[in-house]
Structures are given as structure tokens and as C-alpha cells.
Design a protein around this ligand. Structure first.
Ligand SMILES: [Zn+2]
Length: 151
């Protein structure tokens, strides 16, 4: 993973965004809702990449942008720290070109969590594309009709 002018722009722009006064950093409710919704997906995405190679924040930000997630350092770094606190990632400071960079590796617990997440994502992927998801019990409290044929 290399630093590209593109990565530098993302980094600079998000640094500028974070330098704004708090009232200007107000997040639109719709974006906030989406953030809540997509956070789990982003965490899984981070684990996927960390399971292949050590990762660092800037490169991960660029990768997430590539997938259509708009996420700045003020959001990504706490997310990475959270994954480390949960024991799914482990970080170390590495010297890269005279600068210190925090590099994250997946832990064994992270690998196990990713394995489970893979099954859940597969399951969700299957259901999200079905015309009708599995039927839930009816609101009336009566049991949902079974699909078993009586013939
Ligand atoms: Zn990716």
C-alpha cells in the first residue's frame, strides 16, 4: 500500500473538515442514520483487509472511499482503536521513511470474528436479494402460516 496524491488529498480534506468549529461539523440526521447502519459493515471491511496484510489508517481510508464510504480520520481512527480495544486488532508503531505510523494486524480473535461475520454476511446477502425474506410471526400474535404443503 503506497501513499498516492489521492490519499494525501483525502487526508488533507478530512483534516480541514475536522479543523472546523464544532457547530459546522454538525452531521445531517440522514447521514448520521446511515453512519450507524454502515459502521458494522465498515468494521467487517477493515477486518477483511487486516486478515490479508497489516493496515494503516490512511490506506484504509482510501480503500473505504473506493467502496463508496465517506469516512475521515476523526471517524476511522476511533473505529480502529475500538477494534483494538475489543481485541480484534493489535497495533504497533512502525517507523516508515522517518515518520512513525501506527500499523494494525488482525489477532486470532479477530480471525475467528471475521469467520463468523463471513457466515452472517452470506446469510444477509442471500436474504437481501430474495423477493420475500423469511416470514416473521404475524403482528396479531397468531403463528405465521407455514409453507408446508397440506396435500
Ligand atoms: Zn476493500
Amino acid at each position: 500500500m503506497k501513499l498516492t496524491p489521492h490519499t494525501n488529498n483525502i487526508y488533507r480534506n478530512s483534516m480541514i473538515a475536522n479543523a472546523r468549529p464544532a457547530r459546522e461539523r454538525y452531521i445531517h440526521p440522514v447521514l448520521k442514520q446511515q453512519r450507524e447502519l454502515f459502521f458494522g459493515l465498515i468494521r467487517i471491511h477493515v477486518l477483511v483487509h487486516a486478515s490479508h496484510e497489516p493496515i494503516f489508517g490512511l490506506a484504509m481510508m482510501e480503500e473505504l472511499t473506493h467502496h463508496g464510504y465517506r469516512i475521515g480520520p476523526g471517524t476511522l481512527y476511533p473505529l480502529l482503536h475500538g477494534l483494538e480495544r475489543s481485541g480484534l486488532l493489535k497495533s504497533a508503531l512502525k517507523s516508515v521513511g522517518g515518520r512513525k505510523r501506527r500499523v494494525y494486524k488482525i489477532t486470532n480473535a479477530g480471525k475467528r470474528a471475521l469467520e463468523k461475520a463471513r457466515d452472517k454476511v452470506d446469510e444477509l446477502h442471500h436474504e437481501i436479494h430474495e423477493e420475500h425474506p423469511r416470514e416473521l410471526p404475524a403482528v396479531t400474535g397468531r403463528r405465521a402460516p407455514t409453507r408446508r404443503s397440506t396435500g
